[in-house]
Ligand binder design. Structure first.
Ligand code: 4NP
Length: 153
C-alpha cells in the first residue's frame, strides 16, 4: 500500500531535510512505495537548499540531499499527506494548532515512533557545531527505521 509522509521542523534546512533523506534511503532499501517530502513552520529559508553541514552529514552517510529546496508547511498539506511528522515538541504543537478541522493527516512526533524514546525531540543542530549534525543523523535514521517498520507491517 502506498502512503505519504511530510517531515516538518522549523527552518526546513537542517533536521527535516535529513529526515527526508534518511526516510528515502530506508524506503528504497525496503522497496516501500512511499511519497516523502519535508517543510518548515518558519518562512526564513523558503527556496534555500539545506544547510551545508546537513548536506555534508548526509553525504558522509551515502545520501544526497543537496537538491532539496526549503518550503513552508501549508494548510493543504494536512489533506495531501497521510502522515505529518514533527521533529520536535514545539513544532508538533504548532502543527496541531494550525491543522484545519477537515485535515486528514495523522500528526505525530518523530521519536514517539522509536521504542524507548517517546516524547524526545530531535535537537536543533543549527546553532552548534558539525558534531550536532551527526547526532541529528543518528536520530533521524532511528526514526526512519521505526516508521518504515510501521508502514511495512
Ligand atoms: P531546522 O533548523 O529547523 O532543523 O531546519 C533551523 C534552521 C534555521 C533556523 C532555525 C532552525 N532559523 O531560525 O533560521
Amino acid at each position: 500500500m502506498s502512503s505519504s509522509i511530510l517531515f516538518v521542523c522549523l527552518g526546513n534546512i537542517c533536521r527535516s531535510p535529513l529526515a527526508e533523506g534518511a526516510m528515502r534511503a530506508e524506503a528504497e532499501s525496503r522497496g516501500l512505495d512511499v511519497e516523502i517530502e519535508s517543510a518548515g513552520t518558519g518562512k526564513w529559508h523558503i527556496g534555500d537548499p539545506p544547510d551545508p553541514r546537513a548536506i555534508e552529514e548526509a553525504q558522509a552517510n551515502g545520501v544526497d540531499i543537496a537538491k532539496q529546496v526549503a518550503r513552508q508547511v501549508s494548510a493543504q498539506d494536512f489533506d495531501r499527506f497521510d502522515h505529518i511528522v514533527a521533529l520536535d515538541g514545539s513544532v508538533y504543537a504548532d502543527l496541531l494548532a494550525m491543522a484545519p478541522e477537515s485535515g486528514t493527516a495523522e500528526v505525530s512526533l518523530f521519536l514517539d515512533h522509536v521504542e524507548g524514546r517517546g516524547g524526545e525531540d530531535v535537537a536543533d543542530p543549527y546553532y552548534g557545531g558539525p558534531e550536532g549534525f551527526a547526532v541529528t543523523w543518528d536520530d533521524v535514521t532511528a526514526g526512519a527505521a521505526a516508521l518504515a517498520d510501521k508502514l511495512d507491517g
